[in-house]
Design a protein around this ligand. Sequence first.
Ligand SMILES: [Zn+2]
Length: 473
Amino acid sequence: MTKSVASLLLLLFISGGTSTALAQKRKIIVDLIVRGGTVVTMDGSRRVIENGGVAVKSGRIVAVDKTAAIDRNYAAREVVNATGKVVIPGLINGHTHVPMTLFRGLADDLDLQEWLNKYIFPAEAKNVTEEFVRVGTRLGLAEMIRGGTTTYCDMYYFEDAIADETFKAGMRGVLGETVIDFAVADNKTNEQAMAYVEKFVSHWKGNALIVPAIAPHAPYTVSEDHLKAVRAFSDRTGAPIVTHISETKREVDDSIKAKGASPIDYLNRIGFLGDRVIAAHVVWPSEEELSLLKKLGVGIVHNPQSNMKLASGVAPVPEMLKDDLPVGLGTDGAASNNDLNLWEEMDTAAKLHKLISRDPKVVNAEQAFEMATIRGARALHLEKEIGSIETGKRADIVIVDLDDLNQTPYYNIYSDLVYATKAADVRTVIIEGRVIMRDRRLLTLNEETIKADARRFRERIIISLGAKTLPEE
Ligand SMILES: [Zn+2]
């Protein structure tokens, strides 16, 4: 065969009947494709892609584009049809005590100190075991996944069991084991707590879903020496520090009386603050303290419903946003909220700050949505990994219905998401590229078992608090 005939045959082969197969071959094979939805990326330019698609491989997002372009370039074994729906980054609940779902509604309508000292601490002392923590965690995880939350930041006891349940459910968590200066359910002394944390952090470090953390409860429940030891531990291991700071006016007044400095001043003076700290609340900072938190890179989590319910005050969120501070949203524990619903927190955050500042322009819908996604990721120091739908990020993606009565008609996507959408409108949840809830059915957790377990604990808790007979449920 001459050279020219061979080339001709090759050309015929390429351009002939096999061309479709070859084009097919050129498609990149990925694990999962979401196609046909309105993709709200929350990337740097806040791109919203109508009829968009997302390709996912090995737990990460490999492409975000128009559906036609995704279809042209990618093929996947699993395709999720999002036509007529909205595709958003998974929501981030920046502050919880997840097993406290079992105390939901146990004591309401009290201020923080009375609520903690008369009800929560005694109820915890009598009831918190590893089994309690596992049952409460599964309940909280199911509730959060149903509502489109894909990452949560926690502080509780037996955090290793919480990490185990979270990992098994396929959920993402920044999970902090509590350090507090009195004997608690899992650790009786500070030495025990520090030994627990050491083991816990080395066990989970590097896990794709779990970021193990250390969680000193608050500057008023942990001594200066112990806080310094926590900071040293974090410096050595890189573990984030989850804590409560400046939650109530009383905390600030007591701190000034006892230490001659506000909580933030004091924590700064002892070298505790830094860019691995995740501070819940920050309701009572001064202007200078806000600048200091920004300079130090401290993440902040705003919990509007918990702060309202305990009458703790209103955090200066409009100022935080104006200065571009990393402030996210949290529900706090279910005992002070009483649910783990980020949609309500977005709606409440937007409205609360308008009311208190008498300015309807502060905390607009897009900013509230940002706090539950990309800004919330910054609060957890995870903005390179989560918080937006962008190439290279972990594939935490939520598909939400857009045609329920409460969402109709639809004009503006952020307005619809923040002011009109409810947790029940969440349809499908993907975490680390894996479908965890499909068409409202949880795939990694059993709702009926979870509810039955929680009711069993309700009876134990009521009896433990001195009741002779059980009230009707
Ligand atoms: Zn809290």
